[in-house]
Ligand binder design. Structure first.
Ligand code: GCO
Ligand code: MG
Length: 415
């Protein structure tokens, strides 16, 4: 019983993914996800660097292997390191589940609920197209939707289907977008951002949505790190009447976490943050000072199930809940890992769900299910995802960096 083989794949069925496959001497295989959007090859190279260190290790010792990779690297944390460690960790949980014949959530303490409340991404270039988009999510059974809107005079806006750089899914007009890859090119596209236009527009959009749909549905919104602390504080206050489930990444407080104190002092709009935070230690202040309500990390980017479980257990003592990152740049393997963890922890909040494209799902065969607005990881042993290596080989990597943002005067801004 030992790790015999470690394979790293970079494939691009619709978008780029980094997949890890670990095979044991008994022939059991496990899958992990190390997709780092726009920097995929860096994560793949990290995995290739650590692959020989894994050979011969006992695959049962997940915690020990985690510590070996984390402490043994000396260079701790960081998105590339933590995505690579995550891939190994999830592959080992997958193997353990398969060996014991149980789904991973069972190994984490069992199911704490029957399914995971999920939110989809609604967006519009104007109110009618936004309403169409919300309707299409409600028709599909979603009970929670993220609402993003285009801004007058700004050609393309983050998260909006139909804006200049968004790639709208075929045959699903107004329903889905794959914002990333913004374009398959080596050099990022550039976009424009203006906070004044945004602050003048969005509260009216939420008001119109509440007037049309009432208070029964949960509404979420992603500010994508673009507001200054005082703008975020004001924005949170302005949107309080519309009762948002959360405002996400209202200010770039991943780096200077004290910035969130300013926001907290002024508004009761719940705060979600962390999709680019990649270690539990980077949450210590945020949690202890209760500067957030929802942890946005994904298992893929934050050291795997082992590390995220510790993070969420600590958060539970402060009644802080999960809102794991689930964009299409988290592969179906990473998504399944999110779902197993989310089903098991007591402090689950909500799960983001951007359905992967059909091309992606031809390569990754998933067993998670979506019913009535809820996701469930399924009951197959392990994480329940299979990877078609032959088909994956037909989709070679193509560079697709995330966009870069500039203010109206050309200054580079947070994207
Ligand atoms: C989200 C995110 C994504 C990220 C993307 C970057 O809330 O889903 O903000 O849209 O921008 O995952 O790779
Ligand atoms: Mg986000």
């Amino acid at each position: 019983m030992a790790i015999e083989k470690v394979d790293v794949f970079v494939t691009s069925p619709g978008r780029n993914f980094v997949v890890l496959k670990i095979t044991t001497t008994d022939g059991v295989t496990g899958l992990g996800d190390a997709t780092l959007n726009g920097r995929e090859l860096a994560a793949a190279q990290y995995l290739k660097t650590i692959a020989p260190m894994l050979i011969g290790k006992n695959e049962d010792n997940i915690e020990d292997i985690w510590q070996y990779l984390y402490k043994g690297a000396y260079w701790k944390r960081g998105p590339v390191t933590m995505a690579a460690i995550s891939a190994v960790d999830v592959a080992l949980w997958d193997i353990k589940g398969k060996k014991l014949g149980v789904p991973v959530y069972d190994l984490l303490g069992g199911a704490s609920r029957t399914g995971l409340l999920t939110y989809g991404h609604a967006s519009g270039v104007d109110l009618p197209s936004l309403f169409d988009s919300i309707d299409s999510y409600l028709d599909k059974g979603f009970k929670a939707v993220r609402v993003q809107s285009a801004l007058p005079g700004i050609p393309s806006t983050y998260g909006v289907a139909g804006s200049a750089n968004a790639q709208t899914g075929k045959g699903e007009k107004g329903m889905r977008y794959d914002y990333e890859p913004a374009r398959r090119t080596e050099v990022p596209v550039e976009e424009v951002w203006d906070a004044r236009t945004y602050m003048n527009t969005l509260p009216g959009v939420f008001e119109a949505v509440r007037n049309k749909y009432g208070n029964g549905i949960a509404l979420l919104h992603d500010c994508h790190h673009r507001l200054s602390p005082i703008q975020a504080a004001r924005f949170g206050k302005m949107i309080e009447p519309y009762d948002l489930f959360w405002m996400e990444d209202c200010t770039p407080a991943e780096e200077n976490q004290e910035m969130l104190r300013v926001v907290r002092e002024h508004t009761t709009t719940p705060i979600a943050i962390g999709e680019i935070i990649n270690s539990a230690t980077d949450y210590l202040t945020l949690i202890k000072e209760q500067l957030l309500d929802y942890v946005r990390s994904a298992v893929t980017h934050t050291g795997g199930i082992t590390h995220m479980k510790k993070l969420m257990d600590y958060a539970s003592f402060y009644d802080i809940k999960s809102g794991f990152h689930g964009p299409t740049d988290v592969s179906p393997v990473g998504m399944a890992a999110n779902l197993h963890l989310g089903l098991a922890i007591p402090n689950f909040g909500i799960q983001e769900y951007m359905r992967h494209s059909d091309e992606t799902l031809d390569v990754f065969h998933t067993s998670y299910t979506f019913t009535d607005g809820m996701l469930h990881p399924g009951n197959k042993p392990g994480i329940g995802v299979e990877f078609d290596e032959k088909l994956a080989a037909k989709f070679p990597y193509q560079p697709a960096p995330l966009p870069v943002d500039r203010l109206l005067d050309g200054t580079v801004h947070e994207w």
